[in-house]
Write a protein that binds this ligand. Structure first.
Ligand SMILES: Cc1ncc(COP(=O)(O)O)c(C=O)c1O
Ligand SMILES: [Zn+2]
Length: 407
């Protein structure tokens, strides 16, 4: 059973009942779900025979379980001990949290599963989202599973594979002639005008809770150890903030005894508003008007949780890194050939940042590192075209093989 108790403003602390509220009525701050941690009564053995999906942590999630929400089995993705990549980079303990293998191919299955389930429990008749692509597919899939119509608002120029994926799940796609921030504004208006449960806007407090499970799983998969250092890709910053909240909650209930010593946030250089604020030592994030990056999932010029990412990074003593498109492509390729994990650019940014930290001598070779790889390369199949050699052409005759395969 869920132990969710109320909503609380992140800024002024005012409490609200669990409702469709998403900004504080007093100060316009965002509101978060708070739990009755003392009633959870959990220990490490509590999880042994639970389902291998994010729903194994249901006490920490703000919805009641139903077959429609749980049967697609989002989460509990592999934590891959990446020995070959570690060896290549000269690191000791490196793990990749492979969230490319979620039901719709990205970590967005986690928040979408929560957002849609909560919309259904509120009795809303339709759902939707503003998306850079992955959330579109995830929300559409969970809406299809729950039998509710779905409206997704995307910038018109996102990758075609992501649009067709969402369309396959039967969603109505609204390709907005503008940036992600324009799509986001229009989705907010649609939510108000038509009573749509927009998972990452009016259902945001519930939606973000899904991404906390990225912290829970990593700790559990390491035998309830907390990694020294986690590296996280950032678009709006919602996932990074949720992962930090997840580690804090585990410590709060005594399942672990500390939080990570270091959190590194990564943005693509063509859309790095939080990195720029971090470099200037500023607490204010200045929006990027026209994002330009191959990591389109991260092209969010005005990140909603940007200021909270800065706070988290300062609290945990980390950095906000920016990586260039060429470094991202190299990293995608390096991860695929060393570990068999094919990421989209937004997932590859964490490996690019890791490589940069190693090259600059800014990482301790003995620390345990987890890189979150959050989206599948199958979503952006054109990415490596042009940078890879042509396939070797052979005649359909075994004799032609002697020229291309050494004995
Ligand atoms: C694959 C992938 N990784 C990371 C992110 C960033 O997540 P957030 O916007 O919560 O920072 C996104 C956002 O769309 C994404 O699609
Ligand atoms: Zn408030």
């Amino acid at each position: 059973m869920s132990s969710a108790a109320s909503l609380r403003c992140r800024e002024c602390g005012k409490e609200y009942p669990l409702s469709l509220k998403y900004v504080c009525g007093d100060c316009f701050g965002p509101v978060d779900v708070v739990y009755d941690y003392d009633s959870m009564g959990l220990n490490r053995n509590s999880f042994v025979s639970r389902p291998k999906s994010l729903w194994r942590y249901h006490e920490f999630l703000p919805v009641e379980l139903s077959p429609e929400s749980t049967e697609l089995q989002a989460g509990y993705t592999p934590l891959v001990n990446s020995r070959r990549l570690a060896g290549e980079l000269g690191l000791g303990r490196l793990y990749v949290k492979n969230d490319t293998v979620n039901p719709t191919g990205s970590f967005k299955d986690r928040p979408a599963a929560l957002g849609v389930a909560r919309a259904v429990q509120f009795g809303l008749k339709s759902v939707g989202c503003a998306s850079t692509g992955n959330l579109a597919a995830a929300t559409s899939a969970y809406a299809a599973r729950s039998g509710v119509p779905c409206f997704v608002f995307v910038p018109y120029d996102i990758e075609p594979a992501k649009v067709s994926q969402a369309q396959a799940y039967g969603a109505n796609i609204l390709a907005v002639e503008g940036t992600y921030d324009d799509a986001n504004r229009l989705a907010a208006q649609a939510g108000e005008l038509y009573g749509i449960g927009v998972v990452n806007i009016n259902l945001r407090p519930y939606y973000v809770e899904g991404s906390k499970t990225l912290a829970f799983e990593v700790a559990e998969q390491l035998g309830w150890e907390v990694p020294d250092h986690v590296i996280i890709p950032v678009g709006s910053g919602a996932m990074l903030h949720a992962i930090c909240k997840g580690f804090e909650e585990l410590r709060r209930v005594g399942l672990t005894d500390r939080v990570p010593r270091r959190v590194t946030a990564v943005e693509p250089a063509g859309c790095a508003p939080i990195a720029h604020a971090f470099q200037k030592g500023s607490a204010d994030v200045m929006p990027v008007e026209a994002p330009r990056t191959i990591a389109k999932s991260l092209a969010i010029g005005d990140p909603g949780d940007g200021a909270y990412v800065l706070k988290d990074i300062r609290k945990y003593g980390g950095e906000v890194e920016e990586v260039h498109d060429e470094q991202i492509v190299d990293a995608v390729y390096l991860l695929a050939k060393s570990e068999g994990i094919f990421a989209e650019p937004a997932g590859g940014v964490t490996i690019a940042a890791l490589k940069k930290l190693v090259e600059d001598g800014r990482i301790d070779k003995d620390e345990s590192v987890v890189c979150y790889v959050t989206g599948s390369g199958l979503k952006t199949p054109d990415l490596l075209e042009g940078s890879l050699p042509r396939p070797t052409r052979v005649k359909p005759d075994a004799r032609s093989l002697s020229q291309v395969i050494a004995r």
